[in-house]
Design a protein around this ligand. Structure first.
Ligand code: 5AD
Ligand code: SF4
Length: 472
């Protein structure tokens, strides 16, 4: 039997990492990876549930794959990730040609379940327990972190890697489906994280990005009762030779403590870049979202960051049009963006998610056109700020880790000549410059000549040669 697998991933970095892990696992089980669904014996969709639109896109992609299945009924179609956990049997109802449904806490079952489907045992499903479907321990155990051996060829670049330090979320923001789909918050043991980071370094990773839904709330309680928190974990990982940058996403404002900020300041490898979603600038809205802080608390956190890490770049997420959001509430969000001067913000229109508190108790009463208008308005404010701040960097020199050709570079790449390359600064700013493919994975100094709201444009800084005597 031929074993060709194709995986399509949508959603957050956690999904990207899950796909990397699943593919590495399947390769160890004899599978080879192909670039398109039509070449594959097994097609896996790694899905997202954060907004309705993400789910609808997946269901329509599944509708298209149906034709492939009709041409070749032996082709196995699998749905994994958050939508699998949330919809469970509903996936089979809405897309009857799906063979496999696997939640994010059950990814280790995929090779066995694929064997069962292909062995003629019919549809298979592996999902974790719901948040009220058992004891705390049973629920937590049913959501397993999946971090098998790493395979650098599975990543877009071998010198950058995601590393999971935490799964799940216990914050239960009223709009959010993640605590249901990814289960209780569980920190991974620091020894495991350290061992994985060492392997990544040996494989050539120069930059690691630590992943967790509320990554700075990371805690691991050891058997002797002592606790490793985020600051101690960063201190441990900082020792690893080869790793030169450590980033982490996503942060929860309330847990951005002075101790953590001081640790970031004192560890040069840790990027002074903090993604700390505010979600709204109105206390009334924050209360209905059950975010657990007020605008004053958030601003106190910004003041701590400014004092301890004055060079840090901050980014945020916002939801516009949440239940009951008035024009006045929205203007408070605009004000917050202006006060915080974020490097960038991701702005989303509120989408009702079944199973969340907001869907049960609050009315989705902001019309779609109003959500859309607020989205555009907030984005314009954010982009203008980002452009102003980026322009201040013109004339300076920044150090980037070169990632590879930019989209434009890929398009114009006809061989080994000068193309547009893309890199990122320690603060996560995107920089484009003319270079060549061999520079990927290197740290380079780039002189900035121009800037837009999302990108800095520069050129490789030539090293000044000071001549000592005559060389002739
Ligand atoms: N509707 C719109 N945006 C949402 N997010 C989370 N849940 C929803 C929802 N129901 C946004 C939040 C979060 C980001 C990952 O997605 O801003 O930080
Ligand atoms: Fe969702 Fe809130 Fe948890 Fe973030 S902190 S994953 S928004 S519940």
């Amino acid at each position: 039997m031929s074993n060709r697998v194709y995986i399509k991933t949508v959603g957050c970095q956690m999904n990207v990492l899950d796909s990397e892990m699943v593919i590495a696992d399947l390769k160890r089980h004899g599978y080879t990876v192909v670039d398109s669904a039509d070449q594959a014996d097994c097609v896996l969709y790694n899905t997202c549930s954060i907004r309705e639109q993400a789910e609808e896109k997946t269901y329509s992609a599944l509708g298209i794959i149906r034709q492939e299945k009709e041409k070749d009924p032996s082709k196995v179609i699998g749905v994994m990730g958050c939508m699998a956990q949330k919809d469970q049997e509903l996936v089979f109802k809405r897309a009857p040609y799906v063979d496999l449904v696997v939640g994010p806490g059950q990814l280790h079952t995929i090779p066995t379940l694929l064997d069962k489907v292909r062995g003629g045992e019919g549809r298979q499903m592996a999902v974790s327990l719901g948040r009220k479907s058992g004891s705390q321990l049973e629920i937590a155990r049913s959501h397993e972190t999946f971090d098998p051996l790493r395979d650098p060829t599975m990543r877009p670049t071998p010198f950058q890697a995601y590393l999971r330090i935490q799964i799940g979320c216990d914050k239960f923001c009223t709009y959010c489906v993640v605590p249901n789909t990814r289960g209780p918050e569980q920190g991974r043991a620091p020894e495991q994280i350290y061992a994985e980071a060492k392997i990544l370094a040996e494989q050539g990773a120069k930059e690691i990005t630590l992943l967790g839904q509320t990554v700075n709330s990371y805690r691991f309680k050891h058997e002797d009762g002592t606790v490793t928190d985020m600051a101690s974990l960063l201190e441990q990982l900082h020792d690893i030779d080869g790793i030169q940058r450590i980033k982490f996403v996503t942060n929860y404002p309330k847990d951005m403590t002075e101790r953590l900020l001081e640790t970031i300041r004192d560890l040069p490898k840790v990027s002074p870049y903090l993604h700390v979603p505010a979600q709204s600038g109105s206390d009334e809205v924050l209360k209905r979202m059950k975010r657990g802080y007020t605008v004053a608390d958030y601003m106190a956190m910004m003041e701590r960051i400014e004092r301890i890490l004055p060079e840090a770049a901050i980014s945020s997420d916002f939801i516009v049009g949440f239940c009951g959001e008035t024009e006045e509430d929205f203007q408070k969000t605009v004000e917050l963006v202006k006060r915080c001067r974020y490097k960038n913000s991701f702005i989303f229109q509120y989408s009702v998610r079944p199973g969340t508190k907001a869907s049960e108790r609050l009315e989705d009463d902001v019309p779609r056109v109003v959500k859309s208008r607020r989205n555009v308005e907030l984005l314009a404010v954010q982009d203008a700020i980002a452009k102003e701040d980026n322009l201040k960097l013109v004339g300076t020199t920044v150090e980037v880790l070169v990632e590879g050709p930019s989209k434009k570079g890929v398009k114009n790449d006809e061989g080994d000549h000068i193309i547009q390359m893309i890199g990122r600064t320690h603060c996560d700013r995107i920089v484009v410059f003319d270079g060549n493919r061999r520079q990927a994975g290197q740290f380079m100094s780039i002189h900035i000549d121009d800037a837009s709201s999302h990108t800095l444009v520069g050129r490789v800084k030539t090293v000044e040669v000071v001549s000592i005597g005559s060389l002739v």
